[in-house]
Design a protein around this ligand. Structure first.
Ligand code: C2E
Ligand code: MG
Ligand code: MG
Length: 523
């Protein structure tokens, strides 16, 4: 059940890793395409708005110049000024004096021009004539704005007509106050005006169009905004082009990541599944690394280190399979096997050498239950060995469930079995709980021994650990000693025991026994 669930989750994770990167790439292509097309549409709308604003400024300036001239309306001097204004301003078709909706005289001459009906009064006090019916011009082509008695006529569609935008782009100018379309080329929905809210500009999609609206900063005649609506097909085309670049990269990344994940998970799972078979087939064995008395150099003990040689001859390190055994709940069985192997390899030697010890590593799960104490004492009894022949090593992770660990340690010590804290300084140990545990040895982790005599930031830590261990009356075993300088420093600082390649690498127990015996005879 657990295995099936694990496989299912693995499958899902692999599929997710495979699918997500190309999907993200596709989404990114869409985002980039929208951003680029929206920017282009906004630029077109700004262009329309620029011309509209320009026309509005020319209208206002023309009307104001006449009003402030002080000339009598329709006098020859006023008509001359009107002509000058009309000629000097690029957008102005005509400018003149208004009475009752009729241009009674203008830059075109002293004849009346009706400005048409459908009049709009703006908030700023201007009067707009959206359809000036000037003879000889198309219906709706001219537009007039009146203020202070003067009105200016311009070509209404000029702001959109002069745009260089493609034919399928709809353009327009919206009158925001009335939500009316003032000018347009193509279909412009007046309701779009409401989408602008109080923003200066906006873009959105509506019925197959990307709509860009930009509000005018001027409010001289009326509050207006320019609109450009481009076909959404352009966004799709651009997204497709970008996706052609991004999606294969995402796909490649997904395949690489999924393959890596798959291999990793398979290795992890297969490792966990092969452990039980390896136990059955007897693929595990122990090597023993000597532990020496730093003052005399005598081999006083050995740490049992587990090795796994797979059927094909491949060696798997404990750093890989111990965590797998812990994850899959097989560690307790594995530790039992270690105890059996220690009895087989070293039982007789221990019986004959009461001062020599073997150190066995225990995992967190092992120290959860007092059963481990029975197993160890039974093993000692079966070999005729003594409790002094045994030390157990527990890493700081072993103390995570402090109460049960404390009880196991109490029982071990009650049986006179030595207890060491392993890899000290690398885990979560806090001084307070260390003090609350009744331990015999502290093993100084290799990472601190390595730093001795170097300028690594941890080089001073070993001194602190030594002082602390001494204050707690713990004997010390320094791990990972590789050179004489490290050994000399530790000896000088009073560290009692040491372990490392300088003295001997992990080896079969027979080699340990030969060497330990040899020393005894030599001594
Ligand atoms: P550990 O208990 O701290 O064992 C010491 C590790 O340091 C061993 O690695 C040993 O080979 C290595 N070592 C010793 N001296 C030197 C040295 O001078 N230089 C260097 N570079 N390395 C040195 P190994 O055998 O690979 O074991 C790794 C860890 O796996 C052990 O760390 C221990 O935590 C765990 N382990 C090994 N056997 C068992 C076991 O039977 N049960 C459990 N629960 N854990 C075990
Ligand atoms: Mg150890
Ligand atoms: Mg260690």
């Amino acid at each position: 059940m657990r295995r099936r669930l694990g496989l299912g989750l693995t499958g899902l994770a692999t599929i997710a890793v495979l699918i997500v990167p190309p999907w993200l790439a596709w989404r990114e292509a869409q985002r980039q395409a929208w951003a680029a097309e929206a920017e282009q549409a906004l630029a077109i709308a700004r262009d329309v708005l620029h011309r509209t604003d320009e026309a509005a400024v020319q209208i206002m300036n023309g009307n104001r110049t006449l009003a402030r001239s002080g000339l009598a309306p329709c006098s020859p001097a006023s008509l001359a000024l009107m002509r000058r204004i009309a000629l000097g301003a690029s957008y102005i078709h005509a400018i003149g004096w208004v009475e009752h909706g009729v241009l009674v005289c203008s830059s075109m001459g002293p004849f009346p021009i009706p400005l048409g009906s459908d009049v709009l009064h703006t908030a700023s006090g201007a009067v707009l004539y959206p359809n000036v019916p000037l003879p000889g011009t198309a219906q709706g082509a001219l537009f007039a704005a009146e203020r202070d008695g003067y009105a200016t006529i311009i070509h209404r569609d000029m702001p959109v007509d002069a745009s260089g935008a493609a034919a399928d782009v709809a353009l327009g100018v919206l009158h925001l106050q009335t939500c009316r379309v003032a000018v347009s080329r193509g279909r412009i929905d007046p309701a779009w005006a409401t989408r602008l809210g109080t923003a200066r500009s906006t873009t959105f999609a509506d019925r197959g169009r990307l709509v860009a609206i930009v509000r005018s900063k001027l409010d001289t005649i009326a509050a207006i905004a320019a609109v450009a609506a481009v076909p959404l097909a352009g966004v799709a085309r651009r997204a497709h082009a970008i996706a052609l670049r991004l999606v294969p990269a995402g796909l490649l990344f997904g395949v690489v990541a999924a393959t890596a994940l798959g291999l990793l998970l398979r290795r992890r799972m297969s490792l966990e599944m092969s452990l039980a078979a390896a136990l059955r087939r007897g693929e595990f064995f122990l090597l023993y690394q000597p532990i020496v008395n730093l003052q005399t150099g005598q081999w006083v003990g050995a740490e049992a280190l587990l090795r796994w040689r797979r059927a094909g001859g491949e060696m798997v390190g404990p750093d890989a399979f111990i965590p797998a055994a812990e994850r899959s709940g097989q560690i307790v069985r594995l530790t039992e096997h270690v105890i059996e192997m220690v009895a087989r390899d070293a039982g007789a030697f221990l019986r004959d050498h009461p001062a020599f010890h073997v150190a066995i590593n225990l995992s967190a799960a092992d120290v959860q239950s007092p059963v481990i104490v029975d197993r160890l004492t039974a093993m000692l009894a079966a070999c005729g060995a003594r409790p002094s022949n045994l030390i157990v090593e527990i890493t700081e992770r072993g103390f995570l469930h402090l109460e049960s660990a404390r009880e196991v340690i109490r029982l071990l010590r009650a049986h006179d079995i030595g207890v060491a804290i392993d890899d000290f300084g690398t885990g979560y140990s806090s001084l307070s709980y260390l003090e609350s545990l009744d331990l015999d040895y502290l093993k100084i982790d290799r990472s601190f021994t390595e730093a001795i005599g170097t300028d690594a930031p941890t080089s001073g830590v070993v001194g602190l650990i030594i002082d602390m261990a001494r204050s707690m009356r713990l004997s010390m075993i320094a791990e990972g000693i590789e050179n004489a300088a490290q050994a000399a420093y530790l000896r000088e600082r009073g560290v009692e025991f040491a372990q490392g390649w300088l003295f001997g690498k992990p080896m079969p127990f027979a080699d340990i026994a030969r060497r330990a015996d040899g020393y005894r005879h030599a001594a």
